[in-house]
Design a protein around this ligand. Structure first.
Ligand code: NAD
Length: 418
């Protein structure tokens, strides 16, 4: 049985522990990565809180501990189409997992350069994989990491379904016709926009070429360790805490550990979807083991296990650790408050046993952040990337929720001049 899997972006936060998990359960893993995430650390003058080893040292450590080989290929998949094609032809993988995109919404909003880089990188990376699979003529299942941000962060008033929505439309003769459509995309940043555009590529290549594709609309990932990364210090996973790449729950836990106030944006009334990194790795294993059938539409899973309100999350961590909560002007242009619920039946039916916030793993993350607290650069904690150039960065924060909207959209100057 073919057990070869290519992991595009296998050196990253989700890709590395997933590569180890899949290797552990018996797959032959080939990591393809251009290490751009490590180069972005240099650009941002900020490092992972945990001291990650080089990709060569990681792979060598895994081999020493388990006897299992992971191959590494240094390729920019957005630029080097021929190499992607040659690797698919040579390896003939049963599945490829695609993590290899610029994944930080704040980074994608930093400047016109960052917007353009994110679009160029993400759309070309995704399209090159799809186009190359078709050119090989092989039956290769693509598993892609999308985001729950595809659906937007408003209040839907229902459990958001897994990718598709049943609607009724009035036809010319006044009859109501039932339709199934892709859930309307509502991207909230350039990063999220690239994920919604990926979804159109998937729709097209599935319809036109019959590609088998699973798109995982993943929530915000928290935690850092998995059973595999914990086996040796050289296998440690990255831990982003800065204002661009750090994600909200890991940031709060790390802030509590190092004595920085918890940085809540606005009122903290936003609700977001979450998943633990261990569940991420297991979901991807389940997605690989349960590909769509031939002729089936793109399979979309909501890869998230629970939703939480940000203020309540901060209060939970404050009561657990004694940390101070501070509220900052929101650097993002988003609904100040929303409700969010997701349908996630597909993974539950496949046997996922979700890890929730109450299972002691919050403390584990605080302990890891505490262990490496000397590596924290406090000047990198506040998010300085704003959604528009006229928005102010709030370095001070306040004790009370920020309800004033000094960052609401300006009247375009052409209209104001009339
Ligand atoms: P990451 O930045 O840590 O990892 C991405 C990896 O892809 C990096 O190793 C990077 O070097 C590589 N890469 C990027 N562009 C590449 C290119 N052109 N060629 C080759 N390699 C390239 O990100 P992550 O947190 O591991 O996220 C992985 C995926 O999961 C992303 O697509 C992201 O959108 C999605 N996701 C992540 C989260 C989260 O909370 N981390 C949440 C939802 C969805």
């Amino acid at each position: 049985m073919n057990k070869k899997i290519i992991i595009f972006g296998g050196d990253g936060f989700c890709g590395w522990p997933t590569s180890l998990r899949l290797s552990e359960v018996g797959y032959d893993i080939i990591i393809v990565d251009n290490l751009v995430r490590r180069k972005t650390d240099i650009e941002l003058c900020c490092d992972s809180l945990t001291p990650i080893s080089t990709i060569q040292a990681r792979i060598e450590a895994w081999k020493q501990l388990t006897g299992k080989e992971i191959r590494f290929e240094y390729v920019d998949i957005a630029k080097d189409y021929d190499r992607v094609l040659a690797l698919l032809r040579e390896i003939e993988p049963v599945s490829v997992v695609h993590f290899a995109e610029q994944r930080a919404a704040p980074y994608s909003m930093k400047s016109p350069y960052h917007k353009r880089y994110t679009v160029d990188n993400n759309l070309n990376a995704t399209h090159n994989i799809l186009c190359a699979i078709v050119e090989t003529g092989l039956d290769i299942h693509l598993v892609h990491l999308g985001t729950t941000g595809y659906y937007g962060y408003g209040t839907a008033g229902m459990d958001i379904p897994e990718g598709y929505l049943n609607v009724k439309v009035e036809t010319d003769n006044g009859e109501l016709k039932e339709l199934e459509i892709m859930y309307p995309a509502k991207p909230g940043s350039i990063y999220h926009t690239t994920k919604t555009q990926d979804a159109l590529f998937f729709y097209y290549y599935n319809k036109n070429d019959g590609l088998r594709i699973t798109d995982l609309h993943q929530g915000i990932v928290w935690g850092t360790n998995t059973p595999e990364t914990m086996r040796d210090e050289r296998l440690i996973n990255r831990f982003d805490y800065d204002g661009d790449y750090g994600t909200v729950l890991n940031r709060f836990l790390m802030q509590a550990a190092v004595g920085h106030p918890l940085t809540v944006h606005g009122t903290g009334g936003q609700t977001r979807a979450f998943i633990h990194i261990r569940d991420t790795t297991n979901c991807i294993r389940l997605a690989i083991q349960n590909p769509p059938k031939f002729g089936e539409r793109v399979k979309i899973f909501n890869q998230t296990t629970e939703c939480h309100n940000i203020k309540m999350l901060a209060e939970k961590i404050a009561s657990m650790t004694g940390a101070e909560i501070r509220y900052y002007q929101n650097p993002r242009n988003e609904d100040p408050e929303n409700e969010l619920r997701f349908c996630n039946d597909s993974f539950l039916k496949l046997g996922l046993n979700p890890i929730t916030l109450d299972e002691g793993l919050l403390t584990e993350v605080v302990d890891i952040a505490d262990k490496y607290r000397e590596r924290c650069d406090f000047s990198k904690v506040i998010c300085t990337s704003t959604w528009r150039s006229d928005m102010a960065v709030d370095f001070e924060g306040s004790k009370n929720p920020v309800t004033t909207e000094i960052n609401s959209p300006k009247v375009p100057f052409q209209i104001a001049a009339k």
